[in-house]
Design a protein around this ligand. Structure first.
Ligand code: GAL
Length: 370
């Protein structure tokens, strides 16, 4: 029930968003949350935790259908959680594990394109694709639609023009994911909630920060970078960007980048924003190596709510993170695949909400997500 309502709501919101932008979306979201009384995360957790396989086709024999799944890169922590949950949920729905092939794009679009071609030749019944480059979506869509195969994009959202084509042509193509602007806003709010006095260690009246970005081709990186800082500015805080570097979602890269920033800007670094938790974990290693202490002389936020990050939030070694709900997203992607196979069809956008994570709810998220 909860998930279906979730989808519906997000489809409506997406339509509004195209016209009215994110601010409108935020207002409607609050009204919606109040109306259905799921404003408190603790109320919604049990629903998700106890959720059974909900696809329309619970009664249909799915065991003969062949499913092709393309993941942009297996070594990505978040997409590993997503992929494992997707597989186990699809088996729970009734697919045969032998008929679900999952390929590693190894962060190379040419490799992934070959994998998609092979799936088409193999005659899969549905494709679930996490593109290496979102900008390749039009080419991918064309070849998959030409082959008459329904397509569910996940995690890396194609651009508006591409999504508009699915609607205009009434193609069996959809996107399942969250709106990265929401996660950026929540990251900013985690710092706003501390208050300027607590953050402004050097007393210059501004929040001096370092930004570590994910893959710049990815809309999640762009929006998290932009909206986290916009949330500080919207709250009336002055901001000062000391350093802005690309860590490509990667822990080791982020560790090196943050070590450099700390040696260059020293005690002036008050906040480190990382576009994801893998990079925040790297940042934390650099922060500790530099003799700094999160919560005492520096703050650190990420996105995803990886279990290591939740543990750090509980221990106070990370200020906060944002739950990127791989459970809801992977289930929605599988449900969408089923809905194409049964002919029920889907909206062309299936959304999911992020959840702000602090020491207060990190244990709940850990219990639910692991
Ligand atoms: C983001 C996630 C990152 C990374 C990226 C890959 O949503 O927060 O950790 O997995 O997707 O596209």
């Amino acid at each position: 029930m909860e998930m279906k309502r979730h989808h519906c709501y997000n489809a409506v919101i997406k339509k509004i968003d195209d016209k009215g932008g994110y601010q409108m979306k935020k207002k409607i979201m609050s009204i919606f949350l109040a109306a259905v009384m799921v404003g408190s995360f603790s109320l919604s957790v049990p629903v998700m935790a106890e959720e059974e396989a909900t696809a329309e086709a619970a009664d249909v024999d799915l065991s003969e259908y062949k499913v092709g799944v393309c993941i942009y890169q297996f070594s990505d922590n978040f997409m590993t959680l997503f992929r494992e949950e997707l597989l186990s949920y699809m088996v729970e729905l009734g697919f045969s594990e032998d008929n679900i092939q999952i390929q590693d794009g190894a962060n190379d679009q040419a490799t992934q394109t070959n994998q998609i071609d092979a799936f088409i030749t193999d005659g899969v019944d549905v494709l679930i694709i996490n593109p290496v480059n979102s900008s390749s979506a039009a080419t991918i869509t064309d070849k998959v639609v030409d082959a008459g195969i329904p397509l569910v994009y996940i995690n890396r959202e194609p651009d508006e023009d591409e999504e508009a084509r699915w609607d205009e042509n009434d193609w069996d193509v959809t996107y399942v994911g969250c709106d990265a602007r929401q996660s950026g806003t929540m990251q900013g709010e985690l710092i706003v909630d501390l208050g300027l006095d607590a953050v402004d260690f050097n007393g210059n009246g501004a929040v001096d920060y370092v930004m570590i970005e994910g893959d710049p081709e990815n809309i999640d990186a762009k929006y998290r970078t932009e909206y986290s800082i916009a949330a500080l500015e919207d709250a009336g805080l002055e901001v000062n960007c000391l350093d802005d570097q690309v860590g490509n979602w990667d822990q080791v890269t982020a560790q090196q980048l943050v070590a450099n920033s700390l040696s260059q800007y020293g005690d002036d670094v008050e906040v480190v924003f990382c576009n994801n938790d893998a990079m925040a974990l790297g940042a934390l290693q650099a922060i500790e190596a530099a003799g700094r202490t999160v919560g005492e002389d520096i703050y650190l936020v990420g996105v995803d709510a990886l279990s290591e990050a939740c543990e750090d939030v509980l221990a106070g070694t990370m200020t906060g993170t944002v739950f990127n709900d791989h459970i809801s997203q992977s289930h929605s992607a599988a449900d969408a695949a089923v809905n194409y196979l049964t002919g029920a069809g889907n909206e062309h956008y299936i959304g999911c909400d992020y959840v702000k994570v602090t020491a207060e709810n990190a244990q709940e998220i850990l219990d639910m997500a692991s």
